[in-house]
Design a protein around this ligand. Structure first.
Ligand code: ZN
Length: 147
């Protein structure tokens, strides 16, 4: 089992060192920000959702610990191409997994974060990106702008 744990840590390390989909998204029509004050994690999430409710593109910016960054990175890869409904189900499964209510089976790459359930303070780091994605998806289909 320790080799599996090592593999998980390697994946988290890799995503933290080289986050996927990092940056802003010019054409985003959903934007949300999230913070985890307990750890100091900050995240801004951009999504492009088409008229059929399919998430076409996702990107994130922010600063945080390795777990929050890796989780955001893996999440963006996971959500691309999913419908809002599928994304919501994914969030529920992920949340269940990291809080120990689900086993994380069939969660693919997300399974690498199952280990945080042993560290309750880390659960918020792992779920920050997902809570932010949920907030973004609850928004209406309109461009969010500060102008
Ligand atoms: Zn954190």
């Amino acid at each position: 089992m320790s080799s599996l744990r090592d593999l998980y840590q390697e994946v988290i390390f890799d995503h933290n060192r080289n986050p996927r989909n990092r940056g802003s998204l010019e054409q985003a029509n959903r934007v949300a920000e999230g913070v985890n004050p307990l750890c100091g994690d900050q995240l801004k999430l951009y999504m492009l959702v088409d008229d059929e409710g399919v998430i076409r593109d996702v990107a994130f910016q922010g600063q945080g610990c390795a777990i929050s960054t890796a989780s955001a990175s893996i999440m963006t890869e996971t959500l691309k191409g999913k419908t809002e409904e599928e994304a919501h189900r994914c969030f529920e499964q992920f949340h269940a997994m990291v809080t120990g209510e689900g086993d994380g089976a069939d969660m693919g790459k997300l399974e690498v974060l199952a280990g945080v359930r042993q560290y309750p303070t880390r659960v918020k780091c792992a779920t920050l990106a997902w809570h932010t994605a949920e907030a973004a998806l609850r928004q209406k289909h309109e461009r969010v702008t500060t102008e």
